[in-house]
Design a protein around this ligand. Structure first.
Ligand code: ADP
Ligand code: PHD
Length: 437
């Protein structure tokens, strides 16, 4: 029988879709202890383990523990061996709970910790960001070795690989940019799509094989990179919450699950500071129209949130995003002249130079206000650089609330939390800077 070309196209689409890969990402919270590792394996078994890439972060809060090692090493404090001891003991406790004493994992962990000691002893570089990436990567190398070994122990064949041989970046340590063409070429040629693949999130390598990283909390982004390069069926990020909620549950007592949101909505939420999805993750998915599912590793039977193209927000309710500990700065010229293009562009240049992230901007004829994040602790230097030419008023420790799809009740809820210092409204979004104490 000869199929017409439409039929053929339909068939090949269905067929190729069946062969498409799934990408799963498990963050630190999901594997913070031995019970967490077992739970991840149960989820993999019930979801199906073929044609899958599993991207895994460092266990629990171990990346923070590695940052303490980096500081002790770089600034030569006497706490280095204590900080290293904590990391070793943390992982050994987990493997003691998961494996028999003669399991090869003990040797693998010792080899990795030996490589780390070797680096600490031999490194001569003074470049902080380079040193940071060469050390921080051991969190993900350790966690993925443990998960892979546990799968092997219980008889599930899997393919552990070093993601640094797949994702290639420039040499901008701690915030490296992906070389998409090279990465796609390597992934499409090397990755065995038929297997259960286990690899690291967050880390990558440059063209001289040095480790680079994609920015803190970058494992979601790694999942997005694999999904894009493999034109995957979907990406599932497994979290300790039921999905994307309409507010951060650590700040708001009552929250509602968003069952369905568009990429655009998710990008807006991430832009305004919602920390549940890493902002860079969505772009590669949106480009290839790959759905992102955010599901609970605590209740894996629940559907969670589906992020996809052009869909309505369901349910259509106000969504709250909070950024704590911001600085509100109001800047005006000393001679009361207008704040126009030339001085505003000069101020922006300085904000960029001192790595101050601007979250709200408002200007009037003679003053210009910005609400900023002082993540890199450069605010005092910025203030010193500007105070000779401008009058600057500063209010530290304020909170920035953003409400998407706001209504009267939502605004009243926020305003009841403190004194409103600045409000900015546009069609879908209101931003309120609050003093709360
Ligand atoms: N809008 C939101 N919806 C769901 N969770 C949110 C939201 N805003 C903030 N969170 C917080 O994000 C946390 C999950 O993100 P994160 O800790 O980075 O996970 P992981 O370690 O798995 O990457 C949740 O525990 C929750 O407290
Ligand atoms: N371990 C890295 C990368 C990451 O994304 O972790 P998590 O998925 O636990 O947020 C970090 O903590 O920054």
């Amino acid at each position: 029988m000869v199929c017409d070309s439409n039929e053929q196209r339909k068939f090949s689409k269905i067929y190729s879709r069946e062969l498409k890969m799934k990408i799963f990402k498990f963050g630190g919270a999901s594997i913070k202890d031995a019970a967490g590792v077992k739970n991840v394996i149960t989820i993999l078994q019930s979801e199906g383990i073929e044609n899958t890439v599993v991207v895994i972060s460092a266990m629990g809060k171990i990346t923070n523990a590695f940052e303490a090692v980096i500081d002790a090493y770089y600034y030569k404090t006497d706490q280095l061996s204590e900080k290293l001891g904590f990391i070793e003991a943390f992982h050994k406790t987990i493997i003691n709970d998961l494996f028999d004493k003669n399991d090869p994992i003990y040797k693998e962990i010792d080899i990795l910790l030996g490589e780390l000691s070797w680096f600490l002893a031999r490194n001569t570089s003074q470049r902080y960001n380079y040193v940071y990436d060469q050390i921080i990567c051991f969190g993900e190398l350790l966690s993925t070795r443990i998960v892979s070994a546990y799968l092997t122990k219980i008889g599930i064949e899997n393919n552990w690989f070093d993601v640094r041989n797949y994702i290639k970046t420039d040499s901008n340590y701690r915030d490296a940019k992906v070389d998409w063409a090279l990465t796609q070429d390597i992934i499409s040629k090397k990755l065995d799509a038929s297997k259960l693949n286990i690899t690291q999130g967050f880390i990558a390598a440059n063209d001289t094989e040095n480790t680079t990283t994609l920015g803190r909390e970058g494992s979601d982004y790694t999942a997005g990179i694999f999904a894009y390069c493999l034109d995957a069926e979907s990406v599932t990020i497994w979290k300790d919450v039921s999905g994307v909620l309409n507010a951060d549950p650590r700040v708001f007592e009552e929250t509602t699950l968003l069952e369905q949101i568009s990429y655009e909505e998710a990008i807006e939420m991430a832009f305004y500071g919602a920390s549940v999805i890493h902002p860079k993750t969505l772009q590669p998915l949106e480009r290839n129209d790959i759905p992102l599912l955010v599901r609970s590793f605590i209740n894996p039977k629940e559907m969670g949130t589906r992020v996809s193209k052009g869909v309505r927000l369901v349910p259509h309710i106000p969504c709250f995003i909070v950024k704590k500990d911001q600085i509100l700065v109001s800047i005006s010229a000393l001679d009361f002249s207008f704040m126009v293009e030339n001085n505003i562009s000069y101020i922006f240049q300085k904000l960029h130079e001192y790595q101050l992230k601007v979250n709200v901007i408002q200007n009037s004829a003679i003053s210009f206000s910005v609400c900023i994040d002082n993540k890199f602790k450069n605010f005092d230097a910025f203030h010193d650089a500007l105070k000779k030419e401008f009058k600057i008023e500063v209010q530290q420790g304020v909170d920035l609330y953003t409400v998407r799809h706001f209504n009267e009740n939502a605004v009243a809820l926020i305003e009841a939390k403190g004194t409103s210092l600045l409000t900015q409204v546009n069609k879908e979004t209101i931003q309120i800077v609050l003093e709360t104490n």
